[in-house]
Design a protein around this ligand. Structure first.
Ligand code: SF4
Length: 348
């Protein structure tokens, strides 16, 4: 047994000598095995900020092409701060959770206004930026500034709960505190956060994976106290999935289609097919199901007449440019692609 914390309820962390061993074996492994990722090649504070916002709730392979497009279109923090919101949302289109895109732009604006355009390195200051919580602050401080700061995301929480064989739920205040304590115990004394946090995160992504962890390939197997790693981390009861219906109108004229701009946190600034209060009476033209947090939403599209006059947030878009030039949530973009290609644009 190489860690002091064996059973669930202990407040013990890693002994310094154990932490040192884990750190050095992880670093050696990462230097050989770590993936080359675009934000790792040039970890400028701006590139790290953008990648961390994109990686919240989204996998690395999905993020890479979005990140590359983003950095080409908005290469500097000042470009992002000054960009029209429609450009930002359009670049984000398909990544979902659009409040992240708006928070990222607001964070860039705050940095321009309050920090003379320089992203701060102190996690306490980073946490004052919109959309930056404890994890992101630690990650940005580590990756962009090489500071020895803890950052606990789902991957790292999984690794740490296993290494310490922690048996209590990690998604309770007590469990969260304990995992952060373990993360802090593992930090190098000063600096070196970029390599250390990258290595820990990479171990969670490639070896200590959620299902069937590859313990035989693990560089820290000798340090790991997990008895049944597949059972960890423990989590509290999950929220039940709630089914929801969404109805929208297909309104076209002369190869133009009517869209409505959304307001509010969830999809503010995005354009959608105009919402209906209830299901239409005609046939369903298109149907798709998509997840949103703990909801499973069924979107159904019905043909409808054009409102007279148009609502304040409604606008006609031409068939040829609507998909390429407009920020649309994925489900509505899919609906437009299918219906425009099926000749429904000719309906009136
Ligand atoms: S030995 Fe297995 S459970 Fe422990 S850290 Fe490595 S991969 Fe995870």
């Amino acid at each position: 047994m190489s860690v002091t914390q064996e059973l669930s309820d202990s407040d013990c962390g890693f002994e310094p000598s154990v932490a040192e061993g884990i750190r050095s074996r992880l670093a050696d492994w990462f230097l050989v095995t770590g993936r080359e990722l675009p934000w790792r090649e040039n970890p400028s504070p701006y590139a790290v900020l953008v990648s961390e916002f994109m990686l919240q709730q989204t996998q690395v392979v999905t993020v890479i092409p979005y990140f590359l497009r983003w950095m080409e279109a908005l290469p500097q923090l000042a470009d992002l701060a000054a960009a029209p919101e429609s450009t930002v949302l359009h670049l984000w289109q398909g990544l979902g959770y659009y409040s992240r895109a708006r928070n990222l732009q607001r964070a860039a604006q705050v940095v321009m206004e309050q920090f003379q355009g320089r992203i701060p390195s102190d996690p306490a200051l980073l946490k004052t930026l919109p959309g930056v919580g404890a994890y992101s602050a630690g990650a940005i401080a580590s990756f962009a500034f090489d500071r020895a700061e803890a950052a606990v995301d789902a991957n790292i929480a999984r690794v740490l709960s296993r290494v310490a064989n922690y048996q209590l739920p990690v998604d309770t205040p007590k469990g969260t505190r304990h995992i952060w304590r373990l993360a802090n115990d593992l930090l190098p004394a000063a600096g070196g956060g970029r390599l250390h946090t990258s290595a820990l995160m990479e171990l969670g992504a490639l070896v200590c994976v959620a299902k069937n962890p590859r313990c035989l390939e693990c560089p820290i197997q000798r340090d790991c106290a997990a008895v049944e790693p597949g059972q960890l981390p423990r989590k509290g009861p999950r929220r039940a999935t709630v089914k929801m219906d969404e109805w929208a109108a297909w309104i076209v004229r002369d190869s133009e289609v009517l869209l409505e701009q959304q307001h509010g946190r969830r999809a503010g600034g995005m354009w959608k097919l105009p919402p209906l209060q209830e299901a239409g009476t005609g046939p369903v033209l298109f149907e798709t199901v998509y997840p949103f947090t703990h909801h499973k939403v069924t979107l159904r599209i019905f043909e409808a007449p054009a409102p007279e006059p148009l609502g304040e947030s409604q606008r006609w878009f031409t068939r040829d440019s609507v998909i390429a030039d407009t920020a649309l949530p994925t489900a509505h973009r899919k609906a437009l692609q299918v219906l425009l290609n099926s000749g429904k644009a000719a309906l009136s």
